[in-house]
Write a protein that binds this ligand. Structure first.
Ligand SMILES: Cc1cc2nc3c(=O)[nH]c(=O)nc-3n(C[C@H](O)[C@H](O)[C@H](O)COP(=O)(O)OP(=O)(O)OC[C@H]3O[C@@H](n4cnc5c(N)ncnc54)[C@H](O)[C@@H]3O)c2cc1C
Length: 378
């Protein structure tokens, strides 16, 4: 049986960031990912936005780790040549009541330590975004976009160079707490071809659950039933190339009042395409990316107040992603990131509910997870 200091379950952006941070400090670090490649889950099915931290309640982990993670991510991208653009964003208002909401958002952002926030008028919006309709907007200079795929690859490459073992097509099927370790049972091979599967057990001094949508189920393997993840699908459309000129940067509406999402926004990507989305709808299957996709007309209807020129023929359906929500359907409210040691299985650390801004915060989340691991390993 192999022995490890640390097994990280899940090779999304968070697991890879944890592997990078942990392999600086410890040998025998393993990361296991069930899919054929790293980052195939939520980590590459998102808007790729480097958030500033304006939305989250002051004092929350989301606020703290987003604001810190934003700075860390820009530094990381510069140092390791991960493609990004610090393009800034506008959150737009269409009425006096919405203008009041912008002011509250600005105040909240300042309380979280977000720098450079400024409310601008319609003329300033038009100067920056000639096709966008708004009575006023909050300008957020620290927002940007990043290539999520390149970020995942770079984190994984550095972790591997530092000695971490990154295993794909490897699924954690059982976790068993022992006196001074956790036994991690792995099923290796092609899940679609049962004959190719083999089983192995690794005994580790610490395990970190970075399983994204499945983090509740992985915690359940240790008998921890405290978490339940409700999948919420976000669908995107892409604006056809000849109409990409309609949007120059990032344009957001005011966020959903119940906290479900940031609202359908317009994202000029690093490849100069424009995304419209994501929507937000609870679904029952964590793997259901495509069933009952919304028609393009629905995206036009929702985006039209911001972009009146948008027409159905300007859009084509694009990818979708699934959020790992901790708030059940039918309930409003804020749920924070959970980054904690298991109260019963003391060698386990769980990262649960890592929805947006998880991409932005990945390096800061990793720092926190590795501090908890140090309590166990040092
Ligand atoms: C529509 C949408 C838009 C978003 N936009 C943004 C944005 O603009 N900016 C931002 O900061 N954040 C955004 N997010 C959030 C961000 O994408 C996530 O917070 C982040 O990707 C979470 O990364 P992760 O590594 O925790 O999860 P994942 O990428 O899902 O990785 C978890 C991995 O664990 C693996 N796994 C699960 N169970 C097992 C097992 N038993 N054994 C082995 N492997 C297992 C899975 O296969 C998966 O690859 C968005 C999310 C969505 C859905």
């Amino acid at each position: 049986m192999d022995r490890a200091n640390l097994v990280i379950i899940g090779g999304g952006v968070v697991g890879c960031a944890v592997a990078r941070a942990a392999s600086r400090r410890w040998s025998d670090v393993f990361l296991v990912e069930q899919m054929p490649r790293l980052g195939m889950g939520t980590s590459t099915r998102n808007s790729g936005v480097i958030h500033s931290g304006i939305y989250y309640p002051p004092g929350s982990l989301k606020a703290e780790l987003c604001v810190a993670g934003n700075k860390m991510l820009y530094e990381f991208c510069n140092e390791h040549r991960v493609p990004y653009r610090n393009c800034g964003k506008l959150v737009v208002a269409h009425s006096a009541a919405q203008a009041g909401a912008l002011e509250r958002l600005e105040k909240n952002g300042r309380a979280n330590g977000v720098e450079g926030l400024r409310i601008v008028d319609r003329a300033a919006v038009r100067a920056r975004e000639p096709h966008i309709e708004a009575t006023a907007a909050l300008l957020v200079p620290s927002t940007g976009i990043v290539s999520a795929e390149d970020l995942v690859k770079t984190l994984a490459r550095i972790a591997a160079e530092q000695g971490a073992n990154l295993l794909t097509r490897t699924r954690v099927t059982r976790l068993e707490q022992r006196a001074d370790s956790v036994a991690v049972t792995l099923s290796e091979g092609d899940a679609g071809d049962p004959a190719s599967l083999s089983e192995e057990t690794v005994e580790t001094r610490c395990v970190i659950n970075c399983a994204g949508l499945y983090a509740d189920e992985v915690a359940g393997l240790l008998g921890n039933r405290n978490y339940r993840i409700y999948p919420v699908r976000g669908e995107y459309c892409e604006v056809v190339r000849p109409k990409s000129y309609l949007v120059n940067h990032l344009v957001y509406p005011l966020p959903h009042p119940g906290g479900l999402s940031l609202g359908i926004h317009l994202t000029k990507t690093l490849w100069d395409t424009v995304l419209v989305g994501p929507t937000a709808d609870y679904i029952s299957d964590k793997n259901d990316y495509e069933r009952n996709r919304l028609p393009v007309e629905e995206f036009v209807r929702r985006a039209k107040p911001m972009l009146p020129e948008l027409a159905p023929e300007d859009l084509q359906l694009a990818y979708s992603g699934i959020r790992a929500k901790l708030v059940p359907p039918g309930q409003d409210g804020f749920a924070d990131f959970v980054i904690t040691r298991d109260t019963a299985a003391l060698r386990a650390i769980h990262l649960v509910g890592i929805e947006s801004p998880g991409l932005t915060s990945c390096l800061a989340i990793a720092g926190r997870a590795v501090s908890l691991a140090a309590e166990i390993l040092n």
